[in-house]
Design a protein around this ligand. Structure first.
Ligand code: HEM
Length: 226
């Protein structure tokens, strides 16, 4: 069977036999669970290259909390305020799924005084939320410090919703958060991330490839072992 010809969302095809449905569930998880975190990490590395001081600050925090040879664990995260702020800002600044996944209303709904009719497509513009100048000061600037209080402690914002909200929010949110934290910290702990001097100029931070997902243009790095 050629699985590529069928729509990504298996639940639109309840008439399919159970085994096919299972196959598609596995495929959904595979697709949604790989490109997402790897692309987020590609944005993270590009931010580290464009803002080298952030790399330095993350490394200092790693050395303080974990040490240069310790093994990173999720239990370290609450003590890693700058790194948490960096990841939070990364997910705001480079909203990976800018328009969420499209949904359809099952019934007429009322939202803040607006009537949304039954059977219409609803698109959540996560990008607009993350770049709203009424909420964010200079939203087009990458600034992890916006999520640090005066004591340099991380303050989570409920206005950052890269995984969307509600009962159909991202199923892999917790896994994705763990993967991004563990991989980012492990890389910065062991390597200095530098632009490849032999490669063409780095892509600009505010440009990317737009589709369902927002990805950076390809670039090359040198990972110098520390
Ligand atoms: C940084 C990484 C990720 C981001 C930013 C992200 C973001 C999103 C967003 C915005 C949605 C749409 C929610 C909605 O329909 O309102 C979604 C759906 C989904 N994500 Fe993720 N995701 C990430 C990683 C993952 C991972 C690692 C997995 C699985 C292992 C995963 C599995 C899914 C699934 C199955 C859905 C569909 C949920 C449903 O329709 O009920 N995602 N994701």
């Amino acid at each position: 069977m050629n699985i590529n010809v069928i729509n990504f969302r298996i639940y639109s095809f309840p008439e399919l036999p159970m085994n096919d449905q299972l196959l598609f569930y596995v495929r959904d998880l595979f697709i949604a669970g790989t490109e997402t975190t790897s692309t987020t990490l590609r944005w993270a590395l590009l931010c580290l290259l464009h803002y080298p001081q952030t790399q330095q600050k993350i490394r200092e925090e790693i050395n303080e909390v974990i040490g240069s040879s310790g093994i990173v664990h999720m239990s370290h995260k609450p003590d890693m305020h700058y790194t948490s702020a960096f990841i939070h800002e990364l997910m705001r600044f480079r909203t990976f799924v800018p328009l969420g996944l499209f949904h359809k209303t099952n019934e007429e709904a009322d939202l803040n005084g607006y009537t949304i009719p039954k059977d219409v497509m609803v698109v959540t513009n996560l990008w607009a939320l993350h770049n709203d100048p009424n909420v964010w000061e200079e939203p087009d600037q990458f600034r992890p410090e916006r999520f640090l209080d005066t004591d340099e402690k991380f303050v989570l914002s409920n206005q950052v919703i890269p995984f969307s909200l509600g009962s159909r929010r991202c199923m892999g949110e917790q896994l994705a958060k763990m993967e991004v934290f563990i991989f980012l910290v492990s890389m910065v702990q062991k390597f200095e991330i530098l632009p490849d001097p032999e490669a063409e100029k780095l892509p600009e931070i505010n440009e990317g490839i737009n589709g369902t997902a927002f990805a950076p243009y390809p670039y090359r790095i040198v990972a110098k072992e520390l």
